[in-house]
Ligand binder design. Structure first.
Ligand code: GLP
Length: 241
């Protein structure tokens, strides 16, 4: 595991953005694994800026998002479909049909999970996966206790996750109770992983990740079993490391 220490959120985003752009230039038809939340927004800003100012093209890139809330249609402003459009896809030249996010509004959610897992395989797997971490150590929406051999599946969101994410909704009662997420085994299949961690509210989780044992009680610890993980963290997040 490689650790890149940065001063702040901007520097963390810049470091991650530079790595991603370099990868796109060396493999224009790369499959990128993408995440939502506050953490990757700065990276997406960097990619948009780089596309506009340096002409980096996403035309041949495919993207696979980690997760989506169950029950929210793509046009719902709280959905991860909407988030990705607003924060990245609408501002770059990515081809229609090349962006993939689980369909949280599918009638048969279990079938949707199977379809998504097949899709990842059909695209040849994820080359580079961008990840954030939840305060309880979740990756994607894989909550504590999720088996390390899990594939894309339907989850019941932990109460603390719903509370943490309620900041994006009117109230906690509006936060969906379920989500579709790539499983831990699906994430570990990625050839390379970038884990971004920023801010004092992630310091405990990062210290647990860096110093704790590998356990299904702390989903992110599964990443220690992967050969090519880079953690990019800022000073606040590294406070207890
Ligand atoms: C969300 C997402 C995760 C994300 C995490 C942290 O629930 N499902 O993929 O990494 O929580 O979010 P944030 O970056 O906003 O702290």
């Amino acid at each position: 595991m490689r650790l890149i220490r940065t001063e702040n959120y901007q520097e963390m985003s810049l470091e991650a953005g530079k790595i991603i752009v370099k990868k796109i230039h060396s493999k224009p038809n790369i499959t990128l694994g993408l995440a939502t939340g506050s953490t990757p927004k700065g990276v997406y800003d960097y990619l948009i800026q780089n596309h506009k100012e340096n002409g980096t093209s996403f035309e041949q890139v495919n993207t696979i998002n980690l997760d989506e809330y169950a029950g929210l249609p793509a046009k719902d402003p709280q959905s991860y479909h909407y988030f990705m459009g607003q924060n990245l896809f609408n501002h770059i030249d990515i081809s229609e049909g090349h962006t993939h996010i689980p369909n949280g509004a599918a009638n048969d959610l279990d079938n949707e999970c199977r379809r998504y897992e097949e899709l990842i395989k059909d695209l040849g797997g994820v080359d580079l996966q961008l990840l954030g971490i939840g305060q309880n150590g979740h990756i994607g929406f894989n909550e504590p206790g999720t088996p390390f051999n899990s594939r894309t599946h339907l989850v019941t969101l932990a109460q603390d996750t719903r509370e943490a994410n309620s900041r994006f909704f009117h109230s906690i009662t509006d936060v969906p109770t379920h989500a579709i997420t790539m499983g831990i085994a699906s994430i570990l299949d990625s050839k390379e992983i970038l884990l971004l961690v920023s801010g004092i509210n992630k310091a405990e989780a990062l210290s647990k990740f860096m110093n704790g044992e590998i356990s299904e009680d702390f989903p992110a610890s599964a990443l220690k079993n992967h050969k090519n993980v880079t953690v990019i963290a800022d000073r606040d997040a590294l406070k207890y490391c």
